[in-house]
Design a protein around this ligand. Structure first.
Ligand SMILES: *Cc1c(COP(=O)(O)O)cnc(C)c1O
Length: 462
């Protein structure tokens, strides 16, 4: 079956997207009909001919894209949503509910509370406060906002490999941000963190469970013990890595950091990364529901249909897509955030990363930058100097994506000479850093395809 027959989900996928999108339109049309007929306004009318031509121009322009859906694409954290998410999103988008307030659509507000509760359970939270956001960045901003309000006048510590937005959002919040050195696997250096905590200026430590560059899981358990000793909060940024908690204790994924997450004060996870969702779906969770007091505000326009909690009363954003909650809700009905459900999707990517790392270790042409902790593989063309490695990474990436007959899509990660030297001291440090190749194996299809990927990259390397 080809993409045009069903949908480009690879051979054997039997979800007929056109059929189910039709069902979603039909079902919501029936609901609309219960309100009776009304005249459409001529100002909105367009002809089928114009629509068809304009759509053709759109889909034509959309061909200028990378094939995120295909396992040939092994670059950044990008893939299309699951068909269930697309169908759920389209079904709800026809209503266009706004999850700011129950007045904006009670159904999707209730779904949002349900999916957030499932995420909380996944991390081991019981009572909690939380909501979806438009992104991981905004979710982290909220966590740091609550950090500032609960520890006024104190700063925030995060590792040098944490997401770049933590430093930026500290600036936005007017809070001092402190970058902490990392160890030889790209995780926060506990000695350096303790020195900083001892100074008494830190109110919150950010622990990254799955760094964006390397997929390194920082030792949340040890960070938590240290932070508590100095009276600091712990925020876990698991925007990328969070769903790997489903695999803790398996496939070489250490259980201890993930178990400790339940004892931390806040968590961010991005369903639009590993949760099969379209963009516009992050989430923030707080262990103590009482932090809701920091959000107190008055809105003269909203909050009138119910005395129940409106999501806008506990979030910094105002309008948010109810359709995002519906998409995640429908996805979780079918692939719940459990080891047996969504866990199996992540497990395939994790096995792909382990398998590829094994192939790279046996390859004379390629070398691992470090062993993958989750599903991000970092590697480089074996060479004597950083300059050569850097040039080879750039060349392999460019040649790979520009070969129309057999393309492969990779990404690169810039690492410092110091970081490189701590891992592979034999390489001559003739530059201040080098690009290495980086592949996020975000799709379960990579498991079967990784031999092909490896052979292709090896050929480019030679
Ligand atoms: C992706 C990511 C972010 C930012 O999330 P967006 O959804 O891209 O805004 C923050 N932290 C980590 C660890 C990430 O991987």
């Amino acid at each position: 079956m080809s993409g045009s027959e069903l949908y480009a989900w690879g051979d054997g996928m039997t979800i007929d997207l056109r059929h189910w999108l039709g069902e979603a339109v039909t079902a919501m049309g029936r609901w609309q009909d219960t309100y009776g007929p009304y005249p459409a306004h001529p100002s909105l009318q367009v002809t089928d001919e114009d629509l068809g031509e304009a759509l053709a121009r759109l889909t034509d322009r959309l061909q200028d894209n990378y094939p995120f859906f295909h396992p040939r694409y092994a670059g950044q954290m990008l893939k299309p949503p699951h068909p269930a998410a697309i169908i759920g999103y389209v079904a709800a988008m026809q209503v266009n509910p706004n999850n700011h307030a129950l007045d904006g659509g009670p159904a999707t507000a209730a779904m949002e509370k349900e999916v957030v509760a499932r995420l909380a359970t996944m991390f081991g939270y019981g009572d909690h406060l939380g909501h979806l956001t438009s992104s991981g960045t905004i979710a982290n901003l909220e966590a740091l906002f609550v950090a500032r309000e609960s520890h006024p006048g104190k700063g925030v510590a995060f590792s040098a490999e944490s997401h770049y937005t933590h430093g930026r959002m500290c600036g936005v919040l007017g809070v001092e941000g402190h970058k902490v050195a990392v160890d030889d696997r790209g995780r926060i250096d506990l000695g350096a963190l303790e020195d900083l905590l001892r100074g008494g200026r830190i109110g919150t430590v950010v622990a990254t469970a799955g760094t964006t560059g390397l997929g390194a899981v920082e030792p949340v358990h040890e960070i938590l013990t240290l932070a508590r000793r100095y009276g600091a909060r712990v925020h876990v940024d698991a925007a990328y890595g969070g769903f790997f908690t489903l695999l803790a204790g398996e496939y070489g994924i250490d259980r201890a950091p993930w178990r400790a997450v339940a004892g931390c004060d806040s968590i961010v996870v991005d369903p639009h990364k590993h949760g099969l969702q379209p963009y516009g779906c992050g989430a923030v969770l707080f262990r103590d529901p009482a932090v809701g007091r920091f959000y107190v505000h008055d809105s003269p326009y909203t909050y009138f249909t119910s005395d129940e909690l409106h999501l806008g009363e506990i979030s910094l954003e105002c309008s948010r897509a109810g359709a995002a909650a519906a998409a995640l809700w429908l996805t979780f009905e079918l692939l719940p955030p459990t080891r047996e459900g969504l866990g199996q999707v992540l497990a395939a990517g994790r096995r792909a990363a382990l398998r590829w790392a094994g192939l790279i270790e046996q390859s004379p042409a390629l070398e691992l930058y470090q062993p993958p902790e989750l599903d991000i593989v970092t590697y480089f063309r074996a060479a004597e100097s950083l300059t050569e490695i850097d040039a080879a990474s750039a060349r392999i990436m460019t040649q790979g994506m520009n070969d129309p007959g057999d393309p492969v899509f990779l990404s690169v990660l810039k690492v410092s000479a110091e970081a490189f030297g701590r891992r592979i001291p034999e390489v001559r440090a003739d530059a201040d850093g080098a690009r290495v190749l980086r592949s996020v194996l975000l799709k379960p299809e990579h498991e079967e395809y990784v031999g092909t990927l490896h052979a292709r990259v090896e050929k480019l390397a030679n």
